[in-house]
Design a protein around this ligand. Sequence first.
Ligand code: SAM
Ligand code: SF4
Length: 327
Amino acid sequence: MTLRDSFGRQITDLRISVTDRCNFRCVYCRSADPENYRGHDEILSWPELDRLARIFLGLGIRKIRVTGGEPLVRDGVEEFISRLHALGFPDLSMTTNGHLLAERSNRLLAAGLGRINISLDSLDPAKFERITRTQSFSKVMYGIDAVQNSRLAPAKLNAVLVRGLNDNEVEAFAQFARDRGVIMRFIEFMPLDADRHWSRDLVVPAAEVHDRIHKRWPLVQVPHERSETARKYRFADGAPGEIGLIASVTQPFCGFCSRIRVTADGKLRTCLFSKEDHDLRFLLRDGASDDDLVAYIRSVVNEKEEGHRINEPGFVPPSRTMVFIGG
Ligand code: SAM
Ligand code: SF4
């Protein structure tokens, strides 16, 4: 069985958020002010998540990414990953801020995790602290080391670039990729921050990042799957490491989008920028059969938006910010 939307795009990729809580407060994501987390009973239980995962696998989802909030702050995430592995998802990954990674990497490996993305927005500990509002720089570095010394290597590191904040580090990140043999991915800042500080001026276009790195170390494009968000490059001089550019704002890839999301409170979202989300939790708790859920998911996916409208006049960001969607 496959999931297809009304534009003929096949949906094969699910991001499933297991918590809206996080131990960081990245400036481009959360607010410095306290936010209201959902109550524990509003968050899908592990059995509810297991059931959804099984249904989505049956619907042709091949890539599943466990995310949050910060997935490692929820107890039981390794066991969940192990059950996803047993279900047989061909591509099983997680996105984490890396704070708890060094101490948990062995359990994640044993659970069958196939790939991992780690957020790293600065190589300067003081700036890292300004961005994440934590002092976890060295813990994240240990987490990266743990991944580099495991079968999950090379680590994929994600940096969200914000003009005037960390865009002066592009070359340093590229140097880091070369020195450590990691995949360094640059993500354009999207209007999903809690403080609503996003503006077009703060976006560092992927083309600029490419040109700056290419000037210093010529880059060669590496083929990518059509549905992949990142354009990938290796270094022409044969140095290890890879560069990934995710131009969500300046060169949207919506035409090839194969992705849907389930939020920690059980809402199905067909786009990061969807105006509304769709209540799977209600159905799960209201005695819906698997067939009911399949029919509902199909009908929601059929309505998937053609694309986001960030670049259109009158664009209004969604009310849910990134930490409450699951990136
Ligand atoms: N807490 C984990 C982490 O930070 O890796 C997983 C969840 S986080 C919401 C997932 C990804 O979304 C991270 O790579 C983060 O940098 C990215 N992100 C958060 N807010 C963003 C924004 N406003 N624009 C672009 N990317 C954003
Ligand atoms: Fe937490 Fe990830 Fe958002 Fe940073 S980007 S505040 S680590 S959820």
